[in-house]
Design a protein around this ligand. Structure first.
Ligand code: UD1
Length: 420
């Protein structure tokens, strides 16, 4: 298994471009299943999770081609398998996103249950209940969700809790359903809106995405299109925190400042100067040590759980005491145990991590446990004294495109070494 070797202590300076959003690319690629026409998706990041969803589409019979500009063309005219096997779902939970489109277009889907994961139980009961309200007959047997329907019908669905992929799955299921579907207490994440924009470009009739109530008027069919995925707000936030922690100054291009308000406010509270344009963000923390901040994770537009580990790392070296409260996932503090091994003074009380910043973290061998935890550890390594070794970086590769190249471009000293 590859490792990252990070020699810490360099201020990050310079500019880099942000990649397309992983969490928009995955549902959009799944959404291509709604048509037999060819769909081209642009600005898709080159990541392990994207490779997994493409492998899943191919295993069902999709023809996928990538051109020299890395645009991905998907031809789903010959889908012979309507199944997402355990082997693929276990490597990426978001594979559940094929459930809605498959039932909507073909009236059948067999999708493996994802099971637990490193950050908590993560059930998919709301996806299943929503499809049942739309008339699908669902059995759970042999570890698989087996869904059947003649044609889904529109339904009024009120989510018990805000679920991002649940909202996306049911929105896609409703596209070809008979009649109107209303999703209440829907997720308002920018990636949900991006998926809705994509589906509308294919010919769907969706309004209200980005608000808590989404209406989908079912249509008889949708067709091919070409679509550019929005920038990755979590990648953007991660590099901003990296710059803040190292007392640096960076300009991130090809990003979307509008989607990051809650994160930018906290970085300003930490002492950073932020400037934004239409598609760029500049953060200046030159020579300063960040102040510790209090954050509480919640669904969008509040502070994202996917930025929690990075802020834990920042608080660990910041001035003062900061609290991080995790309300979305029950077990998302595994990075804290690794940060403690780097000298961080953090204690966990229930769903809160209380951190008293130390002047300098010290390098240690650490282990990535999940995608965002691994980002937190990379950031800690950038700010630590000595050479940090981050193991199990396949987690990093699930969500960060060319991370060592981008960080080195900003002056960091980080390299990948093959594991043994
Ligand atoms: C998505 C994101 C992930 C992010 C998370 C929260 C993708 C591919 N992944 O994950 O990066 O961390 O949103 O912003 O977009 N829940 C249920 N029953 C369900 C569904 C969810 O109880 O049927 C619970 C979950 O256990 C969790 C909460 O709802 O506690 C939110 O989870 P959800 O929004 O569904 O996360 P994902 O869509 O899996």
């Amino acid at each position: 298994m590859d490792k990252l070797l990070i020699r810490g202590g360099t201020r990050l300076e310079g500019e880099i471009s942000i990649s397309g959003a992983k969490n928009a690319s995955l549902p959009i690629l799944a959404g291509t299943l709604l048509t037999s026409d060819t769909v081209t998706v642009c600005n898709v990041p080159h990541l392990n999770d994207v490779t997994t969803i493409i492998a899943l589409l191919q295993s069902m019979g999709a023809m996928v081609t990538v051109d020299d500009k890395l645009n991905i063309a998907v031809d789903n005219s010959d889908i012979s398998e309507r199944c997402a096997p355990y082997e693929l779902v276990k490597t990426m939970r978001a594979s559940i996103l094929v459930l809605g489109p498959l039932v909507s277009r073909f009236g059948e889907a067999d999708v493996s249950l994802p099971g637990g994961c490193a950050i908590g139980a993560r059930p998919v009961n709301l996806h299943v209940q929503g499809l049942q309200s739309m008339g699908a007959d669902i059995k759970v047997e042999n570890g698989y969700i087996r869904a059947r329907a003649d044609r889904l019908r529109g339904a009024h669905i009120v989510f018990d809790m805000v679920t991002v992929t649940g909202t996306e799955n049911l929105m896609m299921a409703a596209v070809l359903a008979d009649g109107e579907t209303v999703l209440e207490n829907a997720a308002r994440e920018p990636e949900v809106s991006d998926l809705a924009n994509f589906l509308n470009k294919m010919g769907a009739k969706i309004t209200g995405a980005g608000s808590g109530t989404i209406r989908i008027e079912g249509v008889d069919g949708v067709g091919g299109t070409s679509y550019e995925v929005l920038p990755d707000r979590i990648e953007t936030g991660t590099y901003l925190v990296a710059a803040a922690m190292t007392g640096g100054r960076v300009r991130l291009k090809r990003t979307s400042p509008d989607c990051l308000e809650a994160v930018l406010v906290k970085l300003q509270e930490a002492g950073a100067s932020i400037a934004i344009g239409d598609d760029w963000i500049e953060l200046d923390m030159t020579g300063k040590r960040p102040r510790a901040v209090d954050i509480r994770t919640l669904p969008y537009p509040a502070f994202p759980t996917d930025m929690q580990a990075q802020f834990c790392a920042m608080n660990a070296t910041a001035e003062g005491v900061g609290t991080v409260t995790e309300t979305v996932f029950e077990n998302r503090f595994q990075h804290v145990l690794e940060l403690q091994r780097m000298g961080a003074d953090i204690r966990i009380e229930g769903n809160m991590a209380i951190s008293t910043g130390v002047e300098r973290l010290t390098a240690a061998p650490v282990m990535a446990t999940d995608l965002r935890a691994s980002a937190g550890l990379v950031l800690a390594g950038l700010a630590a004294e000595g050479e940090t070794v981050v193991d199990r970086i396949y987690h990093v590769d699930r969500g960060y495109e060319r991370i060592e190249e981008k960080l080195n471009q900003l002056g960091a000293s980080i390299r990948r070494v093959p594991g043994f």
